[in-house]
Design a protein around this ligand. Structure first.
Ligand code: ZN
Length: 121
């Protein structure tokens, strides 16, 4: 398991969704079953549900990883142009493809996370 996978797995373990009865009377009458995250988080508008919790969990994983942001870069890469050129090393009859350096736009996810700054969120 990679370091990133371990960090994500730890965050998921700290934010499991649990069901509980708020009181003994609720448990006996089997009413008002409440649901919340292990950390105590509940949905601000209603009991924590299966649809709300994934958003909270995603926020916690993102925070644990130091906050992911997109970074745009121009990645240098040699590519064939399709133009054939004479090869002076082996004679005029053999041709080699022309290669040029291109800068290919690319987007990737970047984190500010470091092991020293590891959060317990
Ligand atoms: Zn939580």
């Amino acid at each position: 398991m990679s370091d990133a996978q371990q960090v994500i797995a730890d965050a998921i373990r700290r934010h499991r969704l649990i069901d509980y009865w708020p009181s003994e009377l609720d448990r006996l009458q089997k009413t008002r079953l409440k649901r919340e995250c292990d950390c105590g988080w509940t949905s601000p508008e209603r009991d924590c549900t299966w649809t709300d919790h994934p958003t909270h969990l995603a926020e916690m994983i993102d925070a644990t990883l130091g906050g992911l942001t997109r970074e745009s870069i121009n990645k240098p890469e040699f590519r064939e142009t399709g133009v054939m050129l004479p090869n002076p090393m082996i004679g005029d009859l053999d041709l080699i493809p022309e290669r040029r350096l291109y800068f290919i736009p690319s987007v990737r996810w970047v984190s500010g996370w470091t092991p020293e700054e590891r959060s317990e969120k």
